[in-house]
Design a protein around this ligand. Structure first.
Ligand code: COA
Length: 261
């Protein structure tokens, strides 16, 4: 079975992340499949709304950590599949709803900043552990989280990188509402179907208007984030973090020093 399942039903396209044995960690192929499903949704007249979910146990543990290492070994100008997926998500003119349960780590949290309506189950656990991985925030999170949740909360979530509960995600402006686990899919699907039933041209214009203010600044900010993320990914701190994850040990960053910018 594919690790990204795409199903269409009465105008609603559901993109389901399905790699449970690895907590739905996202590989390059999975980003590619999600990007293709979103790009196709943009052009398909039969698709009126999109739902992104990992089901009721785990949304996604974020980028596959092994893939981070492979990416770090590649040349800087090789396009990043995660970046292409986020570009397809941001460009989707149709409403995108996310249903989040269990872990939403790294891009599992930051992709939500680009969805239109987000529901979290009470068992959701969010985390943006970029610094702990020797990386910096991506996906516009270092701009959007301070904008939505305030500077101090953003500092806490992005500098400490601790796991945080749905109530904090609500306070940070990452989710619309928190619902019981067994109500998650019905709630998210119900809203997605309501959005799908609305007049499509009016919906597309509304979505564009809601997003266009600040769009240029966000694009420029994301370009800088990705450049810095890529440089850090090829650096020694990320190499130590990935090795520690794979060896199931604590990373040791004591030998590193930050060069002054
Ligand atoms: N990349 C690759 N493999 C991952 C993964 C990831 N992001 N997240 C989980 N896995 C794998 C684990 O290595 C483990 O594989 P194994 O059974 O072959 O040993 C399996 O999925 C189950 O994960 P496990 O850690 O045992 O589950 P858990 O419930 O104890 O913890 C997490 C879940 C998500 C908290 C934990 O796996 C984790 O921290 N993952 C890394 C998250 C991360 O740093 N993502 C990148 C963000 S930028």
């Amino acid at each position: 079975m594919s690790e990204i399942e795409v199903t269409d039903d009465a105008g609603l396209r559901t993109i389901r992340i399905a790699r449970p044995e690895k907590k739905n960690a996202l590989t390059r192929g999975m980003y590619g499949a999600m990007a293709a499903a979103l790009r196709d949704a943009a052009g398909a007249s039969t698709v009126r709304a999109v739902l992104i979910t990992g089901g009721t146990e785990c949304f996604t543990s974020g980028n596959d950590v092994g893939d981070f290492k492979a990416r770090g070994d590649q040349a800087a100008d090789v396009p990043s599949p995660a970046r292409e997926f986020l570009a397809a998500l941001r460009a989707c003119p149709k409403p995108v709803v996310a249903a989040v349960a269990g872990y939403a780590v790294g891009i599992g949290t930051t992709l939500l900043l680009h969805c239109d309506v987000v529901y979290a189950a009470e068992n959701a656990v969010f985390r943006m552990p970029f610094v702990d991985l020797g990386l910096c925030p991506e996906g516009g999170s270092s701009l959007l989280v301070p904008q939505r949740g305030g500077q101090l909360l953003a500092n806490e979530l992005l500098m400490l990188g601790d796991a945080f509960p749905p109530a904090t995600a609500l306070r940070a402006g990452i989710v619309n509402a928190v619902v019981p686990v067994d109500a998650l899919m019905a709630t998210a699907e119900g809203i997605a179907r309501r959005l799908a039933a609305k007049p499509p041209a009016a919906m597309a214009v509304t979505k564009r208007l809601l997003r266009q203010s600040g769009e240029d600044a966000l694009s420029a900010h994301m370009t800088e984030e990705f450049a810095r993320f890529g440089a850090l990914l090829r650096g020694p701190e990320a190499a130590e973090a990935v090795a520690a994850f794979q060896e199931k040990r604590k990373p040791d960053f004591t030998r590193f020093h930050a060069a002054a910018e």
